[in-house]
Design a protein around this ligand. Structure first.
Ligand code: KIV
Length: 252
């Protein structure tokens, strides 16, 4: 069970693989922490699975600060990764000042989306002494530019871009890199090439760890679940049952 980001290289070398989950509030963070989850991610998936937005581009710094503070109160042991939201890291200066605000909430590190194109921002964050997690492959904050959520690593050109992105982030000093929606063999190759721990989502089993959006795992957001995410509970169904039982008792 991870207690510090400093243990990541040891886990990459000798396992076990990292089990990472998202959290957006205090009780969930506290339960996941007690369960022994290695890292908690306050993802900007917050926008969809908590706030009912159509995608992550409507998530603001204020929303991230509010939810990161709550998660950090619940996470007594697990290091917390906080997402820099859409348009909060357009320059190196804004990236550093917004990363500092998330760290002041209690986060252990910050994450932003992009590789080579984001190097000035990434280098500035790391130079400011802020531990950094990268995110390459399918980038949800670029969904509008890309015209949808598309798997990466299907062509030679795409594979070269992905490799360049992870190498750049690794050389800059990223502690970990999320690999999202990437052809599994390519994600495994990226994992073998870098010192940083890779954390996959929809990228096969050849990464150093896995991350899931917790409502997908718990079945608490039943209206959409990506095909790779296996629901291991039916929280929405159980909530409906309990609410109907309560209503029947009250209303007779
Ligand atoms: O926002 C998020 O939950 C994420 C995961 C999908 C990795 O970035």
């Amino acid at each position: 069970m991870l207690t510090s980001l400093a243990d990541l290289p040891m886990r990459k070398a000798s396992g076990p693989k990292l089990a990472v989950l998202t959290a957006y509030d205090y009780p969930t963070a506290r339960v996941l922490d007690e369960a022994g989850v290695d890292l908690l991610l306050v993802g900007d998936s917050l926008g969809m699975v908590v706030l009912g937005l159509p995608d992550t581009t409507g998530v603001t710094m204020e929303m991230m600060l509010h939810h990161t503070t709550a998660v950090c109160r619940g996470a007594k042991r697990a290091p917390v990764i906080a997402d820099l939201p859409f348009a909060s890291y357009l320059t190196a200066e804004t990236a550093v000042s917004n990363a500092k605000r998330l760290m002041e909430c209690g986060a252990a590190c910050v994450k932003l989306e992009g590789g080579v194109s984001m190097l000035p921002q990434v280098e500035a964050i790391i130079a400011a002494g802020i531990p950094f997690v990268g995110h390459v492959g399918m980038l949800p904050q670029s969904v509008k530019e890309e015209g949808g959520y598309k798997k990466k690593g299907k062509t030679t050109e795409s594979i070269e871009h992905l490799l360049a992105d992870v190498r750049a982030l690794d050389q800059a000093g990223a502690a970990a890199i999320v690999l999202e929606s990437i052809v599994p063999e390519v994600a495994a190759r990226m994992t073998a090439e870098v010192k940083a721990s890779t954390i996959g989502i929809g990228a096969g089993s050849g990464t150093d760890g896995q991350v899931l959006v917790t409502p997908d795992l718990l079945g608490s957001f039943p209206w959409f679940r990506p095909p790779f995410a296996k629901a291991r509970a039916d929280v929405a169904g159980e909530t409906l049952r309990a609410v109907r039982e309560y209503m029947a008792e009250v209303q007779g």
